[in-house]
Design a protein around this ligand. Sequence first.
Ligand SMILES: [Zn+2]
Length: 289
Amino acid sequence: MKPYTDKAHIAVIGGSGLYSLEGMQMKESIQVDTPYGKPSGGIRIGQLEGKTIAFLARHGEGHRFNPTHVPYRANIYALKSLGVRRILAVSAVGSLRLEIKPCDFVVPDQVIDRTRQRPLTFFDDLAVHLPFADPFCPQLSRLYVESATKAGVTIHEGGTYVCIEGPAFSTKAESRLYRSWEADIIGMTCLPEARLAREAEMCYATLAASTDYDVWHEEPVTTEIVLANFARNLDNIRKIVREAISKVSDETECCCQQALRGTLITASSAVTDSDRERYGLLLGRYLKA
Ligand SMILES: [Zn+2]
């Protein structure tokens, strides 16, 4: 395992339409290799709002990875290996509620997993049962809400994000079903990203930028609509992310950074040397010698 480094404590993961952070003074771009392969691209380290941050474009340069093939495990592992403790994620979503209009923002507090083809966990060879009842960091989520309020945008605090496999958008029947489940927004990337961040004991919150009404309401969603409305909202997104970065504190009021405590059921006698090597960065402090 490569040595743990301490490059940045805060990371921003940008989704469709957010491939860089304006005003970020770049120091370096780091190519990280992980036991889970390579991340979506180089991880950019730089200064923004007086803080050192890491930026990663979720879909890679040129938007190469579709939501199924984003290397989520490599992305989160790579950020962890660079010392990141808090992740501010940004993603485009469709709205399943009339009151969440295109170009509104949502900071979800729940998620429903409708993905089918993505690795669920870092711990393929161990039994780790992670509590995930509250999938987002409450402290970072609150910070996002406060930052969006300060930016003067319409922000919906809390809500359920249904994460579909994609890459096609939903059918009308699916969209109606998710509404009947009381989901509020729909997207393709929140999982497994949020779950892996929790497994890596990092705080994680999502700023969801609403771009459309999915397919249940009037004009059905298209890629063109998504990108156009995201672009219209890009200045607001950047403003909110910058404000959040400026206010992130090192004081932790949440439990995200001890999320793995007591979660490993596998007996320590059954944990092999290769497990210790593979999972050392994530689970090391809980593996008895
Ligand atoms: Zn947290």
